[in-house]
Structure formats: structure tokens, C-alpha cells
Design a protein around this ligand. Structure first.
Ligand SMILES: Cc1ncc(C[n+]2csc(CCOP(=O)(O)OP(=O)(O)O)c2C)c(N)n1
Length: 636
């Protein structure tokens, strides 16, 4: 037998023995959770392992043991991972669906979510002249996920070295995939401009030649998609199979490995490898466990700006420019290029933050399609390999479309692989109203992003040196979401008359020269209006302090108690919702920590939608009037 084929068959058998052993452990109660075996599909990664190279990188899904064994090849680390041991490839934290090998192998149980990440990884490789390709495995059920198509488009458009391997076993959990899919798979792929290949796991010769060809195509020409018809011989997960016995029997009969099962090589290797696995397991006992580590939040004393010749959007642009000076950085978003293809005049972002940056850094500043999930996925992939990536989401309202990438990918990469992976990604987006954009373009959704582990949330305001802010963020190893405020972009800070600002950790504090018994807490773009109010009230002899947060999560209140203790009244301002919002979280912390026990707290927030009518919008967000009523009401 041809040496390559022999190697592939042996690899495939090892995967089968490994997974049968897992099922055995599972049925003995020695393994918990979920186990999706690839029994019947092992030949795909096994044959492929003969054609891939050192620098190639693999993305896998819920059914990834075979991929890991074929491309990483460390059965002890995989077994340990499944047993929850700290010796596992993800330190026992990620388990079956979340396997990791630095710069080589990343799996995630969210169907389709890794497709945009593949684009970021491939782009990073391209920028760094790395000849490796990115191989991403998906199942046929995953053809239903929208993120996949956002990604296919960009693989083709940017000519990224990505190979999509569709392991088509016809079934998506309990559903026959065809019954929920319109049209032909090939048409979809060709429609995006990717080269389409087809093979199956019954005909090994054509499988070998097709895999060889498609990998060659990706290396030499561009992205490709290979559909491999295959069969899942066991249940979807541990024991959930609703297919007929007759169908399963037929599938076993045409399985190549199964046809070899009475041969000497098969019997010998099965026996030896099983014994090897048993010994590995014994060596791992008694199991030692890790705890999920907590990622340290990035904190700093933000620089205050009293006066500037630059508007806020220009300051941000200068900060991004500093980041782009490193070649290993990227800035992507919708409509951010200056003179994009087909245009004669400059554009530079809906709020002119990017300006003409694309003229200075043409390789690093790129327009994307309207694909917010993709934008963050690319940021994730680029950052995973050590790059610094910034994604602009045109309006904060569209951040809803990024939630899967931020919550299931950015946040999880940093913790579920059990390693403190730096992820230098920044997603920036403007929130807030008062520009007449109406219900879907004016919301303040910052609070919806609270409670995502590991990431840092920031909110800018016009008193911050926004250039310095982004430069400082380069020191962070965490994934950051930065909310800007569209009302701030056009402002140039002017020296405040009666407010003296001081830096605090993750916040700024505004004080007047006289003692005050009132403090207003908030974040973001309302500060400008509030300053005007504070100065107006100062003329009336009423002094008010301000505590304005720059970071919105993981705040350390031991820094702020000094400003709150002894105050008669604490007012919080939130343009977002009073329920589950940023300031309701702040208030709950103040109360939980028993800070300023005797102070009255009044929350001002907005639970209504924002109208497109300037008049109604102003009424909805008229916090100044509400604050005045509160203050004068109390005085009276
Ligand atoms: C976004 C998302 N939706 C649903 C699921 C639950 N789920 C896990 S596997 C699976 C079926 C996937 O089918 P397919 O892509 O064909 O892969 P296969 O299981 O056949 O290998 C489903 C629905 C998930 N993990 N992620």
C-alpha cells in the first residue's frame, strides 16, 4: 500500500479507537458533559494531514477530536482535556468543544462563529508574509449560519488563503440538512467566487487527490471550499440518534475503515493504541484541576484635556494613527476609507473619525461590507496571532450584531483555552442620541455589554485626551470595547470656568472650589451638557461635584468612596435603561459596599425609544430639566 495512504488509514484508526474509548469512559460514568464523535469521518483530517504544512492553522467545531489528533497529534493532552485535567490542551477548562494549540489549532462550539475569525487569521498571515493557510472545518448544518456567508465574501474579496472543509454527513443533530436548505451548496460557493471541490470518504483515491488539489489551490491561487460527503456512524452526541437502524447499518457497510476491521494491522493497532490510551489515563490519575482564571482588567488614570484645537473625532483619529504606525496593526470598518474604489472625493467614516488614514496606511485601513459580525471576527482573528486590530462599528445600535463575536469569541478565547492569551482587539462605536437619527441609530446600549467576562468596556467623553486614551490602550492585553458618543465628535473642549478636574483610576472627577453636598455620576457624552448646568447652578450658589466613569465594568469602588461619603445627594445619569444598565450596576455596587450609607440616591435614565423628531428627542433626553427639578425640589 502507498505509504501516504497507509499513514492516513492508521491515523484514522487511532482517531476511531480514541473516540470509542471516550464513549466507553462516558458510559462508565468516567467522563461527563458532551462528546461529539467523528467516527465515520476520520479519513478527512487523516488524509489531509498528509498535505498540510508547518505554518498551516486549523479551526474546528464541536466535532473536533479527529482534527486535533490529526493536526496537533497530542493524544495525552486531548484525553486530559476531556477528563478535565489541568494537563489538558485547554488546561481542562474548555473541554471537548474548545481545544487549543498556540498559533495552530482553535476550536469553538458556536456553529459558524469561527468563519469570520478565519478571515482575521488569514489576513494576519498575509500581512506578515506567512505562507501558511487557514483551514476551517464546518458541518452541513452550519450552512444555515449567516456569519459564514459574510466570511465567504471576504475570503474571496481579499483573496485570503482559507480552505473551508465542509464535512457533509447529511445530518444536523436530528435534522436532515437538506430539509432545511434551499438550492445547491456548490451554487452558493461559486456565487461568492470561491473555487469549489467535491469528494467523499468512500472513494479514498479521489479523496486524496481532491484534498491535495484544493490545498494546492489555496496556497497558489486563492480561497477554496471543499465539500466532502461523509457519514456520521454514531449518534450526534453521546446517545441521541433518531435515524433508522437500517440507514446506520448501510453507512457502516460502506465505511472504509470498517472494511479493514478483520485485517491484522487493524486488530494490532487497535489493541496497542487502546492500551496506550489506558496507560495515559492511568498516568493522569488522580486528576488535578485548574480553576478558571480571572483576567485582570486594564485600569489607568485617563489624561484630562482642558482645551484642544482638535475636535474629539480628530483626537481619536490621531490615537488610531499612533496604533497604525506599527505594521502589525489593522483598522477596518464600513465606509472608513478616504477615497475608496470608484470615488473621487474623500469620505473617511460616517463621523469622520478615520478621515484620510487610509491614504497613509493603505494596506492597514480597509473598508468592509456591511457585516458587523465579520468586522469583529476579523479583529478577533488578527489579534489572536498577536496583531493589534481596531474595528469600527458605524452606529452603536449595530453592536447587537457583534454580540456573538464579542461574547462567544473575544471573551472566550481569553479564558476557555486556559491560557492568558493576549487579545489586542478594539471595537469602537458611537452611542447616544441628540443628532436626530431616530429609534435605531440613537440608542445607548452600553449596559447590554456588561457582564461579559474578561473584556474591558470604556466610554469616552470630551474631557478626555482621546488621543492619549487610544495610545494608552495599546498597553492593554485585553479585548476592549470603546463606546464613543456621536454628540462629542464635533466638540472642541473649552476650559471649564468653575470646574476643576482631577484624574482618578478609570474615571475623572470634577470639583468646584467650594465644598459640595451633591455629586452627579455618569459616563459618556452627557458630560458636556452637565458642565453647562453645573456652571449655571454655580452662579446660583449651588455647587455640584462630578464623577464621570471612563471604564464601565470591573470598577474598583475603593477609589471612589472618598467622593461619595458624606454627600447629601448622589444623582446618576444614564442615557441608557434604568434596568440592567451601567448606572444601575454602579448604584448596586455603592449600596452593596455600604458606601455613603446615609446619602440619598436618585437615578435619572431613559427607558424610552429615541424619536427621530428633534423636539421629542429633546424631551426624552432632557435630563437637565429633571436634574433641576430634583435639586430645586430638594431645596424647597
Ligand atoms: C450557533 C449554534 N447553534 C446551535 C448549536 C447547537 N448544535 C451543536 S451541533 C449542531 C448540529 C450541527 O450540525 P452540522 O453543522 O451538520 O455538524 P455535525 O454535527 O453534523 O458535525 C447544533 C444544532 C450550536 N452549537 N451553535
Amino acid at each position: 500500500m502507498d505509504k501516504k495512504r497507509e499513514k492516513a488509514l492508521k491515523q484514522a484508526l487511532k482517531i476511531r479507537v480514541f473516540e470509542e474509548y471516550l464513549l466507553e469512559l462516558y458510559s462508565n460514568g468516567e467522563l461527563s458533559g458532551t462528546v461529539h464523535t467523528c467516527i465515520g469521518q476520520e479519513l478527512i483530517p487523516s488524509v489531509m494531514s498528509n498535505y498540510v504544512g508547518e505554518n498551516d492553522l486549523f479551526l474546528s467545531n464541536h466535532r473536533g477530536h479527529g482534527h486535533y489528533l490529526a493536526f496537533v497529534g497530542d493524544e495525552e493532552k486531548l484525553l486530559a482535556e476531556l477528563l478535565g485535567s489541568k494537563k489538558g490542551c485547554s488546561k481542562g477548562i474548555g473541554g471537548s468543544q474548545h481545544l487549543y494549540e498556540e498559533n495552530k489549532f482553535y476550536s469553538n462550539g458556536i456553529q459558524g462563529g469561527m468563519a469570520p475569525v478565519a478571515a482575521g487569521l488569514a489576513l494576519h498571515k498575509k500581512h506578515n508574509d506567512d505562507t501558511g493557510i487557514v483551514v476551517i472545518f464546518i458541518g452541513d448544518g452550519t450552512l444555515g449560519e449567516g456569519q459564514l456567508y459574510e466570511a465567504l465574501n471576504i475570503y474571496a474579496l481579499w483573496n485570503l488563503k482559507v480552505l473551508v472543509v465542509l464535512e457533509n454527513n447529511s445530518w444536523s443533530q436530528s435534522t436532515l440538512s437538506q430539509s432545511v436548505r434551499a438550492g445547491e451548496i456548490e451554487d452558493r460557493v461559486i456565487g461568492f467566487g470561491l473555487k469549489y471541490f467535491q469528494a467523499d470518504t468512500v472513494n479514498i483515491e479521489s479523496l486524496e487527490s481532491t484534498i491535495n488539489e484544493c490545498i494546492k489551490h489555496v496556497r497558489e491561487t486563492g480561497p477554496a471550499f471543499v465539500e466532502i460527503e461523509t457519514a456520521r456512524l454514531k449518534s450526534h452526541s453521546k446517545g441521541d440518534d433518531n435515524r433508522s437502524e437500517a440507514l446506520i447499518k448501510d453507512l457502516w457497510l460502506s465505511d472504509i475503515l470498517n472494511k479493514e476491521k478483520d485485517k491484522e494491522w487493524y486488530i494490532e493497532l487497535s489493541f496497542e493504541y487502546k492500551r496506550h490510551l489506558q496507560l495515559l489515563r492511568e498516568g493522569l490519575l488522580p486528576l488535578e484541576y485548574n480553576d478558571v482564571f480571572e483576567r485582570k482588567s486594564f485600569s489607568f488614570f485617563p489624561k484630562i484635556i482642558e482645551q484642544s484645537k482638535h475636535r474629539v473625532n480628530e483626537q481619536i483619529q490621531l490615537g488610531i494613527k499612533s496604533i497604525l504606525r506599527s505594521k502589525n496593526s489593522l483598522f477596518i470598518g464600513e465606509d472608513i476609507e478616504w477615497i475608496s474604489k470608484g470615488n473621487a472625493k474623500g469620505y473617511g467614516g460616517a463621523f469622520k473619525v478615520s478621515g484620510d488614514l487610509s491614504s497613509h496606511f493603505p494596506e492597514q485601513v480597509r473598508n468592509t461590507p456591511i457585516s458587523e459580525g465579520l468586522i469583529v471576527g476579523i479583529v478577533n482573528g488578527f489579534a489572536l496571532l498577536g496583531g493589534r486590530a481596531i474595528g469600527e462599528i458605524m452606529f452603536g445600535d449595530f453592536m447587537t450584531l457583534t454580540l456573538d463575536q464579542i461574547l462567544q469569541h473575544s471573551s472566550k478565547f481569553m479564558q476557555m483555552y486556559g491560557v492568558d492569551i493576549p487579545l489586542n482587539g478594539i471595537v469602537r462605536s458611537p452611542m447616544g442620541g441628540r443628532r436626530g437619527y431616530g429609534p435605531t441609530h440613537s440608542q445607548s446600549l452600553q449596559g447590554h455589554f456588561l457582564g461579559i467576562p474578561g473584556i474591558d468596556l470604556f466610554a469616552l467623553n470630551y474631557r478626555l485626551d482621546c488621543t492619549d486614551f487610544y495610545e494608552r490602550l495599546m498597553e492593554s492585553k485585553n479585548f476592549s470595547v470603546v463606546f464613543e458618543d456621536k454628540i462629542d465628535y464635533g466638540l472642541k473642549p473649552m476650559k471649564p470656568k468653575s470646574i476643576n478636574y482631577e484624574q482618578q483610576k478609570d474615571a475623572i472627577v470634577g470639583k468646584s472650589s467650594n465644598e459640595s453636598s451633591i455629586i452627579i455620576l455618569g459616563y459618556g457624552g452627557y458630560l458636556n451638557k452637565l458642565e453647562l448646568l453645573v456652571e449655571e447652578l454655580a452662579l446660583d450658589g449651588m455647587t455640584i461635584d462630578l464623577l464621570w466613569f471612563i471604564k464601565l465594568n470591573n470598577l474598583d469602588f475603593s477609589n471612589y468612596a472618598q467622593y461619595l461619603e458624606g454627600k447629601r445627594l448622589i444623582i446618576t445619569i444614564d442615557e441608557g435603561s434604568s434596568e440592567g444598565g451601567v448606572m444601575s450596576s454602579v448604584v448596586s455596587k455603592i449600596r452593596l459596599l455600604n458606601i455613603a450609607k446615609d446619602s440619598k440616591i436618585q437615578m435619572i435614565s431613559n427607558n424610552k425609544i429615541i424619536s427621530a423628531s428633534a423636539k421629542i428627542e429633546e424631551q426624552t433626553l432632557d435630563f437637565v430639566d429633571r436634574i433641576k427639578k430634583l435639586l430645586y425640589g430638594m431645596q424647597g
